[in-house]
Ligand binder design. Structure first.
Ligand code: C2E
Ligand code: CA
Ligand code: CA
Length: 566
């Protein structure tokens, strides 16, 4: 909007006659109103449900829903309805009475006398704006300008209805400044007010436009957060609010440590109506205070525990990345024709100082969700290439290394540059490097996938599809992409001895691979029987505990020695 020329108001006009709409719009925009058009009564009702207007101007006669019905419905359905002016060509008493009875503020007759019309619109919009201002004062806290308790209850009511309709979660956060009473007592109320406004400002700056922040008491704020997908998100937000609020202020040469406690209740788990949500967040707040303040508590203890464990893991993982706690394990890949093991897959582990080796299934998903996967993935690529180079220099018989790449990495990391730099750093030939991507990674990023894969492939990097057969990649997709290897999912290896379906699918995969000139790898081979069957099907490479589980680098050398000398 043009700041130097603020709009006189926003008006919705409804008429089924386009020429009248045009005239109305023309006249109103000339007076600098923001105009929205509706072609029917129904459309006008829907728009008023969705948006706020300062005035509605409706034609009396419209084919579907007439102006009077629209007016009635809007007043009935909308919590803050605009005043409505009815245009009528029939200035008989009946229709005028009907308009007023429906709640219209005024009427105007056709043919329209435009100067009368303009005057009337101006008067109604100004009155409406005054009414809104009074209402603002009634529903807002004067110190902070935030919604007050009355408005909060109203918003909470509609928010729970929305959550019920959309089947989403909603969180109610009750925020209480920890030491405000003491500040008021020792420094005076005007200094206490400074603390309150500073907290209000900090909170307002860190919420989304769709959240409601209200001041509901002396030292109490309540936040409604809608559209929540995961409980973890609530904990993340609560932690963020705590950090945002916590600060030091100097008042009258006194250093004041401002901090707050937060009690959280969640719809629908902790209550279906606003009464129980409010009292449960209050109970949670009480517990937070009892624990000494400056923390958040969920009403349901399990939520708290679950969320805290996740957050702890996340912050530990961050720490692990910074402190070089990731190590790579290697699992041999065996050429089933020659029996020689000269390929390997690099699999990451977290060497936790207290908990020991943590498997990737426990931290890769969190790394994915939090975006730490970008940093993690870069470390995996660097460590794997460094080790591979070292073994090549020592003439250890390793000819290629496969590195796992996850979805978000593929999407957000500049893999092409990262790999170019790393290959350069360790003086490695791209043709020795294999990247393992899952079908779902490719399907989710279909448009990008083709060009990224082409670039990687043109560099000479080998592209392998991991867990193949589980993600329903369509054959036509595969044909477009520069893929070299299909890695058959372990579930097929598991079923190969007993499940005729698995054998049939493997047979089909074999046909597909040959048709497209791809190599096949079977993973998770644990027994000689499985190996025999897999060989029969014509698979090129095998991987699994039959030869060795993934091992740390020093142990891996022993594994290689045993395998290649037996
Ligand atoms: P994946 O890529 O499908 O890796 C194969 C997993 O199967 C490995 O588990 C491996 O230890 C296990 N495995 C291999 N042979 C056998 C066998 O004969 N029997 C059984 N029961 N299991 C076998 P791991 O190392 O725990 O890795 C799990 C998953 O974590 C990997 O599945 C991969 O999706 C992910 N991952 C591991 N390392 C990385 C990494 O560096 N980056 C990314 N993005 N993901 C990784
Ligand atoms: Ca893999
Ligand atoms: Ca796999």
């Amino acid at each position: 909007m043009d700041e130097s020329n603020p709009k006189s108001g926003s008006i919705i006009i409804a008429d089924d006659d386009p020429s009248i709409l045009l005239l109305l719009r023309h006249t109103l925009t000339a007076d600098n109103y923001d105009v929205t058009e509706a072609r029917s009564g129904m459309e006008a009702i829907e728009l008023c449900r969705e948006f706020n207007y300062d005035l509605g101007i409706f034609d009396l006669v419209m084919p579907d829903v007439d102006g009077i019905t629209a007016c009635k419905e809007i007043i009935r359905q909308v919590s803050n309805p605009p005043p409505i002016l009815i245009i009528t060509s029939l200035d008989d008493d009946d229709s005028v009475n009907n308009a007023f009875n429906a709640g219209a503020v005024d009427y105007i007759t056709k043919p329209i006398n435009w100067s009368v019309f303009k005057q009337r619109v101006k008067r109604i919009v100004e009155a409406e704006k005054n009414r809104q201002m009074v209402k603002r004062l009634e529903f807002h806290d004067t110190l902070t300008g935030l919604p007050n308790r009355t408005l909060l209850l109203d918003r909470l009511e509609s928010a729970t209805l929305r959550a019920q309709r959309n089947k989403t979660m909603l969180a109610l956060l009750m925020v209480d400044i920890d030491n405000l009473k003491l500040i008021n007592k020792t420094l005076g109320h005007d200094k206490g007010d400074k603390v309150i406004t500073s907290v209000a400002r900090r909170l307002s700056n860190s919420i989304r436009a769709t959240d409601t922040l209200s001041r509901t008491g002396g030292d109490e704020f309540i936040l409604i957060i809608e559209n929540i997908q995961h409980l973890d998100d609530i904990a993340l937000m609560a932690a963020k609010f705590s950090r945002t609020i916590e600060h030091r202020m100097t008042i009258l040469h006194q250093d004041i440590h401002v901090k707050a406690s937060i009690g959280i209740s969640v719809y629908p788990q902790d209550g279906l109506d606003i009464g129980s949500l409010l009292s449960n967040s209050d109970a949670a707040l009480y517990r937070a205070k009892e624990k000494g303040g400056n923390i958040y508590e969920f009403y349901s203890p399990e939520f708290g525990k679950q969320a805290r464990r996740r957050l702890e893991l996340e912050s530990n993982l961050r720490h692990a990345l910074e402190n070089n706690q990731l190590v790579m394990y290697y699992q041999p890949k065996i050429n089933l024709t020659t029996g020689i093991a000269n390929g390997m897959e690099a699999l990451v582990r977290w060497n936790h100082p207290e908990q020991g080796i943590i498997p990737p299934d426990e931290f890769i998903p969190i790394a994915e969700e939090t975006g730490l996967i970008i940093q993690l993935g870069a470390q995996v690529i660097d460590k794997s290439c460094e080790q591979f180079k070292k073994w090549q220099d020592e003439n250890i018989p390793v000819t290629n290394i496969s590195i796992n790449v996850s979805g978000r990495q593929f999407k957000e990391q500049d893999l092409v540059s990262l790999l170019k730099e790393t290959l350069d750093k360790y003086q490695l030939d791209a043709s020795h490097i294999e990247l393992e991507l899952t079908e779902s990674t490719l399907l989710k990023n279909e448009t990008q996938a083709e060009s990224i894969l082409n670039e990687l492939h043109n560099m000479g990097i080998i592209i392998s599809i991991d867990d193949f057969g589980t993600g329903y990649a369509s054959l036509s997709n595969l044909k477009k992409l520069p893929i070299d290897i299909l890695k058959i999912d372990k579930s097929f290896t598991d079923g190969i001895l007993h499940d005729p379906d698995d054998i049939a699918i493997l047979d089909a995969i074999y046909g597909l691979a040959r048709g497209l000139g791809l190599k096949l790898v079977a993973e998770g081979i644990e027994t000689l029987e499985q190996l025999e069957k897999i060989k029969e099907l014509g698979v090129d490479y095998g991987q699994g505990y039959l030869w060795s589980p993934p091992r740390a680098s020093d142990e891996y050398l022993e594994v290689l020695n045993n395998l290649n000398n037996s």
